[in-house]
Design a protein. Structure first.
Length: 389
């Protein structure tokens, strides 16, 4: 999960993943010293991506009849990786020193991460874990230390990858993105719309070919770690921002972008459930991450284009913007709350729509906890650690 769009509500520092408020309404190029206009709808949109992840995890407590479809809630992290690349590029300012960029990224994600890790340890670890609770792991100091420093994402061993707070593996991936973004930004700062389009197409093709090669030549092609695999989504987001900042603002109706995204998710689900009845089902399954990257990128691009043209948007409503601000904290705490409830209560019951009451209750509790984490840790600690603007 990324913190990308949340900084839109405050003036971002150079190179930070926030979309700055600006008096200008034009899409200045990145080599200009003018900040680009705010794209506030992305803050509201990121809440729905976080909720999609939550809906997937809730199937482990209170499954709904559509639990097979809700497994695609894990793709919410792909959305955040695309959004991260987009917003970092959109808000990048010339002259930002690399150490300043790194300090601001640290201030953005680490304080909330370390505070959320503390209760997660008590929920997900025991010295003698019960055999009937698969989510509880034996205590490992090595794994916990790796998670503290966001290095656990480099292992494909699930006990390490999902170590500490299981949600934090995506922060490990994000840390890698932050490490190389200043260098990518310098290489792409003068690219125009065509360059951005070439970048988007290239990373999707390379990512798709790698996954197909991994399937057909398992003994030859190595399995790459998650930070490298998910760089496809991050670089795709960078390419989208390059196209948009160059002045290309196609009139893509946002309702149509939502329709394409939801339709694509349903198509992926149907092809996975009925592969014999769907052409190219195996290929779609193998290249699912690249397909999801395109779908979510298309949605981000449509929403951002509409905001830049001055269109009206429910995603900019105060409740959704507030939820978007808290969504990083929500992402960090919701699984801890969910599995703590399951340990004490057990499964909510059989599969059924009556479990929606559990969804409402756990969601409300998680939102409250995320507000506390945002108000008393995430936001004040970020302001203190960022240094002068």
């Amino acid at each position: 999960m990324t913190k990308a769009a949340e900084e839109q509500s405050q003036p971002p520092a150079p190179g930070s993943p926030g979309l700055a408020a600006s008096a200008t309404t034009s899409t200045d190029t990145a080599d200009s010293h003018k900040r680009l206009p705010r794209v506030e709808s992305l803050t509201g949109l990121r809440w729905w991506a976080a909720f999609f992840v939550f809906a997937h995890h809730m199937t482990n407590l209170a499954p709904l009849p559509i639990f097979d479809f809700l497994k695609y809630g894990t793709s919410g992290v792909t959305f955040f990786f695309v959004l991260s690349g987009f917003v970092l590029t959109w808000s990048a300012q010339p002259g930002t020193k690399i150490h300043t960029f790194y300090r601001r990224r640290f201030a953005r994600i680490w304080p909330a991460h370390i505070v959320a890790l503390i209760p997660a340890i008590f929920v997900f670890y025991r010295f003698d874990p019960p055999t009937n609770m698969w989510w509880i792991k034996p205590v490992s100091v090595t794994v916990l230390v790796l998670s503290v420093f966001l290095l656990h994402g480099w292992s494909n061993d699930s006990a390490i990858l999902y170590g500490g707070n299981p949600a934090s593996w995506t922060l490990s991936v994000e840390a890698f993105f932050y490490a190389y973004f200043p260098f990518v930004q310098r290489l792409t700062v003068r690219l125009k719309a065509v360059g951005g389009l070439v970048l988007c197409v290239s990373v999707l093709v390379i990512g798709g070919l790698y996954r197909l090669a991994l399937f057909h030549f398992k003994d030859v092609v190595p399995i790459l770690p998650q930070p490298i695999l998910h760089s496809v989504a991050f670089l795709f987001g960078i390419g989208l921002a390059i196209m948009l900042r160059s002045g290309w603002k196609p009139r893509i109706p946002v309702w149509f972008a939502f329709l394409v995204t939801i339709g694509g998710l349903i198509t992926l689900w149907y092809s996975g459930e009925h592969p014999a009845n769907f052409p190219l089902a195996v290929t779609m399954s193998l290249t699912q991450k690249e397909i999801l990257t395109f779908l979510y990128g298309f949605l981000v691009f449509a929403v951002a284009s509409r905001d830049l043209r001055g269109g009206r948007s429910l995603l900019r409503s105060r409740p959704l913007v507030a939820l978007g601000k808290w969504s990083y904290s929500f992402y960090l705490v919701h699984a801890t709350i969910l599995y703590a409830i399951r340990e004490q209560h057990g499964m909510a019951g059989p599969v059924g729509w009556s479990n929606l009451t559990w969804y409402a209750g756990v969601c409300a509790l998680s939102i409250f906890a995320s507000w506390l984490l945002y108000k008393f840790v995430e936001h004040p600690m970020e302001r203190r650690l960022r240094g002068p603007r």
